[in-house]
Design a binder for this molecule. Sequence first.
Ligand SMILES: N[C@@H](CCC[C@H](N)C(=O)O)C(=O)O
Length: 260
Amino acid sequence: MQYTFYKYQGTGNDFVMIDNRNNLFPKNDTKLVARLCDRKFGIGADGLILLENDKDVDFRMVYYNSDGNESSMCGNGGRCLVAFAKMLGVIDDEANFIATDGLHYATVNDKGIVSLQMKDVNSVSIYEHYVFMDTGSPHHVEIVEGLDTFDVKKVGSSIRYSGLYGDKGSNVNFVSPVGENTFDVRTYERGVEDETLSCGTGVTAVAIAMNVTGKTNANEVTLNTQGGELKVSFKHEGDRFNDVFLTGPATFVFKGEIEW
Ligand SMILES: N[C@@H](CCC[C@H](N)C(=O)O)C(=O)O
């Protein structure tokens, strides 16, 4: 079978995009997805995303991690999918789409900046040394010293596989405050099982965690990831956050055909 694929990246979090409006993609073939995402034997990506038809909204998002398993929401992937939908002519400059965590609204401007509404966050668990919440995907957020040289893979993986999060595990974000409303972030991603250059649901969790713990009073927060800058804005009452928007670039990289 020959697949036409498109490669996109959002602040260095990279994805294989497939237009599956014809429903031809074998959605349960975990090995195929993992192989397409493999950086040596395949195209290479942190995840694979299918764009599918939906009768009620502009399109449906189906997200797989690079290990080949379908997973929960991907913020950067959602932003890239909106840019992909625009390129395909499925949408113009705004989108309503459905993903595993529910409905999303997004806008895209002519510079390729995509602003994606994330799900409301109605529950934040605050512990002495970390914060946990679900922003569409589960996220552990922890402030650390020496973020530049921090061993994100080693410590992230030990937290992800620790008893804290059971079999499902969690993504793990390490944070360093650099200004009143600005934070550096590095993320260990579940399903990639490594550090990625950026994680959209992760920086969303970081922005909310920094606000709820009083590290910032701002409701628009700048997050510097290894792959570039993202902004997260929100409204909140206590620890309930709504109108949460994740904003940043989503960029086409290349297109190709792969035989499998
Ligand atoms: N890179 C993503 C997060 C993808 C999901 C995550 N790996 C998981 O399985 O929880 C993002 O930008 O949000």
